[in-house]
Design a protein around this ligand. Structure first.
Ligand code: BES
Ligand code: ZN
Length: 621
């Protein structure tokens, strides 16, 4: 479903008029070409290079309030600073010396983008202080009541800024090409711990006041904050787990391999440059699997399966410490530079630790998921190109398997063509050359050409860069994927009427998923009952397995699973899981009303990201 803006975002001339600024047409054109389509900021004029945040966290009103000091580099001696904001109440603005109270204006609200906050500055202005508070509906923030947490005693809050939601909790330049350092002081109720995408303390502060420092330049989508009843458990000298106290033991067992992952990643592509690497396990309403907030990955508890079978998620988020957090996509049209490189890197970390047959399983599952998604999108859809065009749309529309899996397979194609050694040294240099910068797809391609492909006709032919990046669907030279492990599941699926004959002793989550995906589409209820009795799917504690199983149940009107499915939808808010379930429920005439009833009950517990997706599915039905 494509969503277009009704109003364009070329309102900068209007703002200029309003502020009585003199901006020639030529200036505007020059600027426009550099402006991120999803941000109002004009960094070529005035760019924020550092941010000092001072916020109070109020769980009663569900509001963050305080101020932010923005250090500005005024490149063109401009008299305006343009920031992004969404649902923020701006109380007052001060320049360097507090006596200067400049004019400021919030522009019209534009869908997805929010409002431009334009502040009159002088060519000499260094610091702009904005006093503000957030709305209880701030798109980035989820406020959880005590009953929505594991411990049930304390409330919890967390932010999710990617892609363009940071502007709903901090007025800033919300574009991935703009990087800044930050410090923060956060005050929260005593007994609660505050954590950010920065250097974190591991101990509770009795007064509820926490200080943070992120000394490396980061893009705004990596700003993150979480507050709750949180404990810490070390997993070695440079890594550890934060979570609600009752989850610490389980989570540390599950992620015991984190130290090895960091070491493997460093061996591959260079030193980890962010100090410590910790993971914060959030309550189950977290809308994503993981989020690579620097120094502190945010993760869903649904990867804690009890058997360490879903830990590739940690490898993925850790890999972002290079691909994404060091070298960042310059715009959301270049999103595959973040995710394609990260999936590739994730596979390499996993291969080092768990071996090739394991990674072949991941590859096969992902490749099949991508093929399914491409067939749903249509293989001539422009959204199947690596380089996207998200003009006028929510960048969230670009979060598909194209960026992740097609992106990864493009890089595997290059690896196959040039050989692993040469490719690895290219990648190591790539991360070094572009560290702490943001780049476009085109910049990457130029680098690839000069460093690797040069004028080698043979390489050009075997890689076919343009087909991968600028053409739809999957290129002819896409590497083939086979998994000897998953062959076991394919053979087993043929025996589904005789589950007692299937040997599942050494199966991991991946075998189970592939098994379910290889079953016939239509299965009689009594046969599902037999499978369920043999393998205890409905009672599974594994969220991945449950998600696939419930889809099979819905398509086949297998009602014995519905109660468990309802509980699942009311407790898990990870979009990847709930979206296909509502999709299947809505597509089946017998369960459409059930979908609506469950959603009414579950919706208040979901993060805005998940709500937005499911609301739209409900509207379209
Ligand atoms: N950065 C993404 C999550 C994201 C992408 C949030 C775009 C908002 C907009 C994160 O690294 C990610 O890819 N998470 C995946 C897990 C991963 C193992 C594929 C997820 O959440 O499912
Ligand atoms: Zn990712």
């Amino acid at each position: 479903m494509k969503r277009f803006l009704k109003i364009g975002i070329k309102q900068i001339p209007v703002l200029a008029l309003f502020l009585g600024l003199n901006c020639s047409d030529k200036d505007l054109k020059n600027n426009m070409s550099e402006i991120d389509k999803h941000s109002f900021a004009i960094p070529s004029d005035a760019q924020v290079v550092h941010l000092d945040l001072n916020l109070k966290v109020d769980f009663i009103t569900k509001i963050l309030s305080g101020y932010v000091d923005l250090l500005v580099e005024n490149k063109s001696h401009t008299n305006q600073l343009v920031l992004d904001s969404r649902d923020l109440s701006i109380e007052k603005v001060e320049l360097d010396d507090k006596n200067q109270k400049p004019e400021f204006k919030l522009g019209d609200t534009i869908k997805y983008l929010g409002q431009a906050l334009t502040i009159k500055i002088t060519p000499e202005t260094k610091k702009v202080r904005v006093y503000y508070h957030t709305s209880p509906q701030a798109a980035a923030i989820q406020w959880l009541d005590a009953k929505q947490t594991l411990g049930k005693r304390y409330p919890f809050m967390f932010t999710q800024s990617q892609a363009i939601l940071a502007r709903s909790w901090v007025p800033l330049q919300d574009a991935p090409a703009i990087k800044f350092t930050y410090n923060a002081t956060i005050s929260c109720p005593p007994n609660l711990m505050a954590l950010m995408s920065a250097e974190n303390d591991t101990l509770l502060h009795a007064d509820g006041v926490y200080h943070f420092k992120q000394s490396k330049p980061i893009p705004s989508y990596l700003m993150a904050l979480a507050v709750g009843n949180i404990g810490f458990k070390s997993l070695g000298k440079n890594c550890g787990i934060y979570s609600e106290p009752d989850m610490l033991q389980k989570a540390s067992w599950e992620f015991a391999n984190m130290g090895r992952m960091i070491q493997s990643a460093e061996e591959l592509y260079g030193k980890y440059l962010w100090g410590r690497y910790d993971v914060l396990v959030l309550p189950p309403s977290f809308p994503f699997g993981g989020m690579e907030n620097p120094c502190l990955t945010f993760a869903t508890p649904t990867v804690i399966a009890g058997d360490r079978s879903l830990v590739s998620l940690v490898a993925h988020e850790l890999a972002h410490s290079w691909s994404g957090n060091l070298v960042t996509n310059a715009t959301w049209d270049d999103f595959w530079l973040n995710e394609g490189f990260t999936v590739y890197f994730e596979h390499r970390i996993m291969e080092k630790i768990y071996g090739k047959p394991y990674v072949d399983m991941l590859c096969k599952l992902e490749f099949d998921e991508m093929k399914k998604e491409i067939s749903e999108m249509g293989d001539t859809s422009a959204d199947t190109k690596l380089k996207l065009n998200l003009t006028g749309r929510d960048p969230d529309d670009g979060v598909t398997d194209i960026a992740y899996i097609k992106g990864c397979f493009f890089l595997k194609t290059i690896e196959n063509a040039v050989g692993r050694d040469q490719w690895d040294s290219f990648l190591k240099n790539y991360f070094k050359t572009f560290a702490f910068k943001s780049i476009t797809t085109e910049r990457f391609l130029t680098y690839l050409n000069t460093e690797l492909i040069k004028d080698n006709k043979h390489l050009q032919e075997s890689i076919r860069v343009d087909d991968w990046v600028y053409k739809t669907g999957l290129p002819k030279n896409c590497p083939k994927v086979e998994s000897s492990e998953l062959l076991k599941s394919e053979i087993a699926a043929k025996e589904y009427l005789h589950p007692e004959k299937i040997n599942t002793n050494d199966w991991t989550t991946h075998h189970w998923l592939h098994f379910m995906r290889c079953l016939p589409k239509k299965i009689r209820s009594e046969d599902l009952e037999k499978l369920d009795a043999a393998f205890k799917f409905t009672q599974s504690g594994n969220c991945e397995i449950l998600c696939d199983w419930f889809q099979i149940a819905i398509v086949n009107d297998y009602e014995p699973a519905y109660k468990a499915m309802e509980n699942y939808l009311c407790s898990v808010g990870r979009r990847k899981f709930v979206q296909p379930l509502y999709g299947k429920l809505l597509a089946n005439g017998n369960t459409r009303d059930l979908a609506k009833r469950i959603y009414t009950k579950a919706r208040p517990g979901y993060h805005t990201v998940t709500k937005a997706t499911i609301d739209q599915m409900m509207e379209n039905k």
